[in-house]
Design a protein around this ligand. Structure first.
Ligand code: MV4
Length: 451
């Protein structure tokens, strides 16, 4: 097994990975920017190396500095966590060239799934359902118009280099398509250095349901059930749960089988997530594949009673999948993301010092966080400061537990999204499991949240 793993990340995920490494008897190296000098991941790791100034591009995205840190500490593997360099094919390639294992899939697999047109085409060839559309890039506006007529309005234009909503436009009628195509491809060109666009039929009010997969280096994959991530705002997930309240045994079987087929078709190695759009008739379509450990992985860990980070490390080392079919114990788990943002003010960031803190506790409650009383949330990074995960035998009980846990989570200083989550746990539609990705579009939170 690996002797020493460098964690190229910060915050709660860095701590999460350090914990599993300790349990596996693996030494850990933290890296940190000067803004994170007083962070817990620096203290909890066996060694820590400063990799640069606060800005991500100078530190957590600084490949030469991270590699130098791995070399001087003699780390034999790098765990990238999520975000930052976790889906950077070049970084995975450089690690391998330097004889350091990148804990993730191969650089080619990251590249394949990073280009959305290629990913979609590959999945179509694998026999996975995809949304009908342009079958490749759209050359110009004239072609876009012809394709849209074929597909039928409404259509959605997407950037092939995109994902997570950037460079995306819904077009309801032909008069809008010219402007939509121009602005979206401009946006994509500026954001990704790649203006390539493709088109799909717009699926109205879909659910976002993803399947967790794990695959070994010998071509075998398994799935670990789904997560419903439909509660989002501006493509930022806020709540995830398993099982999905929309799921049926039949649909899980179909989506799980498709996810395994997708992973095995590309000889995928490691942990991955296949994101699907699911329409109101329970048709499902491949959307994207994430080639990293995800923020919401604890939801799966709680229902399956399974350490996904441990599995990821074992797979990277070259252990085969046990062959046992992992299936949910049919517990129910919900995760609420606590961000240092003001939900009454359009989720405006609210960094600063935490003057007083009490975290949620009790049976079935898990809090993943890097904050402590006296900690100052820096303004440079993602605003997520904690995840509350509650597990119970039924969905109703999990919601009741979450409501209780959120009310005893006291963070003084910055504003947080906790009041939003407390409101959500009371919401009738949420409680009925009656929600799609449109759920928050129609709600004025400044209106409904207590002052
Ligand atoms: C769609 C769609 C409807 N129809 N594709 C959003 C981010 C990117 N991953 C793809 N997204 C969507 N693609 C078709 N053909 C609706 C969305 C979408 C969405 C998807 C998942 C979760 C939240 C969303 C919010 C708005 C739009």
């Amino acid at each position: 097994m690996f002797k020493k793993i460098l964690i190229a990340n910060r915050g709660e995920i860095s701590l999460r990975i350090i914990r599993t490494c300790k349990e596996m008897g693996i030494k850990t190296v933290a890296v940190y920017s000067t803004a994170d000098r007083d962070s817990l991941h620096v203290r909890f790791a066996d060694e820590a190396v400063c990799i640069g100034p606060p800005k991500s591009v100078d530190s957590y995205l600084n490949i030469p500095n991270i590699l130098a840190a791995a070399e001087i500490t003699n780390a034999d593997a790098i765990h990238p966590g999520y975000g930052f360099l976790s889906e950077n094919a070049k970084f995975a390639e450089i690690c391998e060239k330097n004889n350091i294992t990148f804990i993730g899939p191969t650089a080619d697999q990251i590249r394949l799934m990073g280009d959305k047109v290629t990913a979609k085409d590959t999945m179509k060839r694998a026999g996975i359902p995809v949304v009908p559309g342009s079958d490749g890039l759209i050359g110009d506006i004239a072609i876009a118009k012809v394709k849209a007529k074929e597909v039928g309005y409404p259509v959605i234009l997407k950037a092939t280099a995109g994902g997570g909503g950037k460079g995306m436009r819904v077009v309801w009628a032909e008069e809008e398509i010219e402007k939509a195509f121009e602005t979206a491809s401009m946006e994509a060109g500026a954001a990704f250095g790649n203006a390539g666009m493709y088109m799909e039929k717009f699926v109205e009010e879909p659910r976002h349901i993803e399947i967790q997969v794990a695959a070994d280096k010998y071509g075998k994959a398994t799935h670990l059930s789904e997560r419903d991530c439909s509660i989002q705002r501006r493509h930022q997930k806020l709540v995830e749960e398993c099982p999905s309240p929309f799921m049926t045994e039949e649909l899980r079987e179909k989506m799980g089988t498709a996810a395994i087929k997708a992973a095995e078709f590309i000889k995928y190695q490691g942990l991955g997530t296949i994101e699907f759009l699911v329409d109101k008739n329970r048709n499902f379509y491949f959307m994207e594949m994430n080639t990293r450990i995800q923020v919401e992985h604890p939801v799966t860990e709680e229902v399956m009673d399974y350490d996904l980070v441990k599995e990821q490390i074992k797979l990277a080392w070259g252990e085969p999948i046990s062959g046992k079919v992992y299936y949910p114990r049919m517990m129910h788990a919900i995760e609420c993301r606590v961000n240092a943002e003001d939900p009454r003010k359009n989720f405006a960031p609210s960094p600063g010092k935490i003057t007083s803190l009490h975290t949620s506790k009790g049976q079935g409650v898990r809090v993943e966080t890097h904050i402590y009383a006296g900690y100052t949330i820096p303004p440079y990074y993602d605003s997520m400061i904690a995840k509350v995960i509650c597990r119970a035998q039924t969905r109703d009980e999990a919601i009741a537990k979450m409501d209780r846990a959120l009310r005893e989570f006291i963070i003084e200083g910055p504003k947080t999204t906790i009041p939003f989550h407390i409101w959500l746990m009371q919401n009738e539609d949420f409680r009925a499991g009656n929600y799609t990705t449109k759920f928050l579009d129609d709600i004025d939170l400044a209106e409904v949240l207590p002052k």
